[in-house]
Design a binder for this molecule. Structure first.
Ligand SMILES: Nc1ncnc2c1ncn2[C@@H]1O[C@H](COP(=O)(O)OP(=O)(O)OP(=O)(O)O)[C@@H](O)[C@H]1O
Length: 270
């Protein structure tokens, strides 16, 4: 795999309308630099998945410009970009009577042995599992190992950790953090679960009603605390985690007010 020279992501004036006329994105513009970890935050229906699909080149954007690692994802092959989204989660292969070893082998696990073994350890996978006889969380662990075993420069994640238990999710996200630090790669992660995430992102992008309303380094949203405030590390972490949740809740409450009642609400009154 050839590494992308600068795995940054730029979006300028990007709009997208679904075939049924529904507006998915309106004039979205932002930039996230190489080695960054961006949380994509927004209420249900804000446009996060639509944006990630466009970044991954799954859908053609007619209006605006996208550069993922310097490449227009729809026009050129996205070597070095991994997108784990809804379609990937629903892949039926991971529900068949097949072994973990066979699955990992099928995606290059025998070539990237060091990464394979690291992922097996981080995600606490039993290689003797057969995929028709595992729990949802166990299945998701194997699926993540499959999706990530091949090295990437840019990772686009559309909430893929919902089935993981708390510790597994924390270990997984910590591993991703190390990947950005060690290999200089870039991650955009759409999630509603902010628990324990306070010290993970370097950047936030706030999506509202198909628009990217705010984007910037995390420090712009949470200025560094004073020494006295960080004296008790545990308190600082808990404090920052609840601040992130508080910020997200405030944004989503504002979005709800801005959106107003759904047009169909009147129908129920009749
Ligand atoms: N296939 C589709 N056809 C028409 N409209 C769609 C389609 N998929 C999504 N939409 C609409 O586009 C908007 C953005 O959807 P999107 O899936 O990007 O939101 P999201 O931010 O990922 O939401 P969630 O947090 O619920 O996953 C929504 O209003 C949704 O109803």
């Amino acid at each position: 795999m050839s590494d992308l020279p600068t795995p940054d992501i730029s979006v300028a004036d990007l709009s997208y309308t679904y075939p049924n006329g529904k507006k998915g994105l309106s004039n979205v513009s932002f930039h996230v630099p190489s080695s960054s970890r961006t949380l994509l935050i927004g209420s249900n229906g804000a446009g996060k998945s639509t944006l990630l699909r466009l970044l991954a080149g799954k859908t053609l954007a007619r209006d605006g410009k996208i550069l993922v690692g310097g490449v227009d994802p729809f026009k050129q092959g996205l070597e070095g970009v991994t997108y784990l989204g809804v379609e990937w989660v629903l892949n039926p292969i991971v529900r068949t009577d097949i072994s973990v070893t066979e699955l990992l082998h099928s995606v290059g696990g025998s070539y990237y042995t060091e990464r394979r073994d690291e992922l097996i350890s981080i995600l606490d996978i039993d290689v003797d599992w057969r995929m028709h006889a595992v729990s949802d969380g166990e299945r998701r662990r194997v699926q993540l190992a499959m999706g990530l075993v091949r090295p990437w420069s840019i990772l686009l994640l559309d909430e893929v950790t919902v089935d993981l238990d708390c510790l597994a999710r924390w270990r997984f996200l910590d591993w991703l953090k190390q990947e950005t630090e060690k290999r200089g790669c870039t991650i955009i992660y759409a999630t509603h679960i902010t628990d324990g995430l306070a010290n993970w992102p370097t950047h936030l992008v706030r999506m509202t009603l198909g628009e990217a309303r705010q984007c910037g380094p995390i420090a712009e949203f949470f200025p560094p605390q004073s020494k006295a405030e960080t004296a008790h590390v545990e308190d600082a972490v808990i404090g920052r985690n609840s601040s992130l949740l508080g910020l997200v809740m405030r944004w989503q409450a504002e979005d709800l007010v801005e959106r107003g009642p759904r047009p169909s609400a009147k129908k129920l009154q009749n």
